[in-house]
Write a protein of this length. Structure first.
Length: 490
């Protein structure tokens, strides 16, 4: 039999972005067709949605993993990959989402609230995106981003208008079964209720009907706020209630007096959360049929009821309807409370010295700047240099204290920092970028004078505007500015 679960862990994985395609138009009677690689599709997002169709977190207790669909890869003939479908994960109304370190990131208190739990990776650009007047046949494309992957702790706090609070075996389950259609377990021994139950109470006719939700919380014992008994696990379900019903057993089996019960219950509520003592509440004496006249202290209870015989239930439901109506009218804010969302600020370029003379450049924009499929050619390196230059990577490295000859790592790209020239290597055995540039200059031949007396090289030669301390020190604009990559260096 399925049980009630109010605590669970959730692992979400957004879809990865599709990779861009490297393709060239090749067909009869078309010479030099040019690049036509399409872009990859973005990965799907993972959303948490508060739904009234879910009563507990049982669905996550054994299967905590949820993953969205990856984006499709780009193809030739300018065919872009399809975007991955988003995934909506339904959670009960009243679910709070916390990071593994305990920080609150979302509170889904109202039906229909949506929160982005993991963002899908962006798709990579195809080689057609990198074509320009100077770069006629780019033979590289961009890889797709990896979707976000996160773990969360989910906690459910029931949303009810009235919460029943009392000692074990005080008659709470019997009461909710008489005033609503709820069917909790009822027995003549303590701790019968091991999980909260909700019941809907309806009063009045079809024209002037009032409806409110009552929550049966497992019994509290002295010391529940410190974790004693079962009540400490369910005290959070009382937090959202508009009114409280403090149920006193007029014929307790352990001999504890009703006045002592009231003192302990109010003390536990105040120690758990002080504002609960300010909620509207009504003190009710239960089991009046077996303990008539047991309460002699004037003003201790407002009503005496018997859930078995039905004595006083009509007066009780009428009083609860009055409290709920007054509480709803007294709310200055609308019934739809604003959803609490704590999301970190957008990432920029962050430089960390992980070891002496070893720096790591972090940030989503920096990782995306070097995510090309092939960086063995000068054109691909020019694209990387231009992107890192606009992100201000060199300035960030200088501020972090980088020195000549230090190792710098950006994603899968590694290079040795030099003020005038940067040596770039990504895999063992790959030639350094500086060596390739030297070979390229040798192939271009000697510079010849132009008509105006100035020296000029090969028309397709790359200009070097000056010295720089990062891969963006040379090369022209790559024509692939990413408006979301971040600010530009000046």
């Amino acid at each position: 039999m399925a049980g009630f679960v109010d605590e669970a862990q959730l692992h979400v994985k957004a879809g990865n972005g599709g990779a861009g395609a490297v393709s060239f138009r090749r067909e009869a009677h078309v010479s030099m067709g040019g690049p036509d690689g399409g872009d990859g599709g973005g990965g799907g997002d993972v959303w948490l949605v508060a739904s009234t169709n879910q009563a507990s977190l049982l669905a996550f207790s054994d299967h905590p993993h949820r993953r969205a669909v990856d984006g499709r890869h780009g193809q030739g003939k300018q065919r872009h990959g399809a975007r991955g479908a988003d995934l909506d994960v339904s959670v009960p109304v009243g679910t709070t989402v916390r990071a593994l370190d305990g920080d609150l990131v979302a509170d889904l208190a109202v039906a229909g609230d949506r929160w982005l739990a993991a963002e899908g990776g962006r798709g990579g650009h195809g080689n057609a995106r990198f074509a320009s007047n100077r770069r006629r046949a780019p033979d590289f494309a961009e890889q797709g981003e990896v979707g976000e992957e996160r773990w969360f702790n989910l906690e459910l706090r029931l949303v009810a208008d009235v919460a029943l609070v009392g000692f074990p075996n005080a008659g709470k389950s019997t009461l909710i079964s008489r005033i609503s259609a709820a069917k909790p377990k009822i027995a003549d021994y303590p701790f019968t209720t091991l999980e909260p139950h909700l019941g809907v109470v309806r009063l009045g006719d079809m024209v002037d009907q009032i409806e409110f939700v009552v929550a049966d919380v497992p019994g509290l014992v002295e010391g529940a706020a410190e974790g004693r008994g079962l009540g400490h696990r369910f005290l959070r379900h009382v937090e959202r209630a508009r009114a409280l019903v403090v149920l006193l057993d007029l014929a307790p089996a352990d001999g504890r007096s009703p006045r002592d019960q009231l003192r302990v219950l109010l003390d536990e509520l105040g120690r758990y959360r002080a504002e609960l003592l300010e909620r509207p509440r009504v003190v009710i004496g239960s089991k009046a049929d077996v303990a008539p006249g047991a309460v002699t202290e004037e003003g201790l209870v407002e009503l005496s009821i018997s859930a078995v015989t039905g004595m006083g239930l009509a007066s009780l439901t009428g009083r609860l309807a009055q409290l709920v109506t007054e509480a709803r009218q007294a709310e200055t804010a609308p019934s739809r409370a604003p959803m609490v969302v704590h999301r970190p600020a957008p990432e920029g370029v962050e430089v960390t010295e992980v070891a002496p003379h070893h720096f790591v450049v972090g940030g989503r924009a920096a990782s995306r700047a070097v995510s090309l499929s092939d960086m063995t050619g000068d054109e691909a390196l020019d694209v990387v240099q231009g992107r890192l230059r606009r992100l201000g990577v060199e300035r960030a490295l200088v501020r972090a204290g980088v020195a000549e000859g230090d190792l710098v790592e950006i994603g899968t790209l590694q290079f040795v920092y030099h003020r005038d020239e940067v040596l770039v290597s990504e895999a063992p055995g790959r030639r350094l970028a500086a060596d390739r540039r030297k070979d390229s200059r040798r192939r271009r031949g000697p510079r010849r004078p132009s008509d105006d007396g100035t020296s000029s090289g090969d028309p397709g030669a790359r200009r070097d505007p000056g010295a720089g301390g990062h891969p963006g020190a040379g090369g022209e604009h790559d024509g692939d500015a990413d408006p979301s990559a971040g600010g530009s260096s000046r």
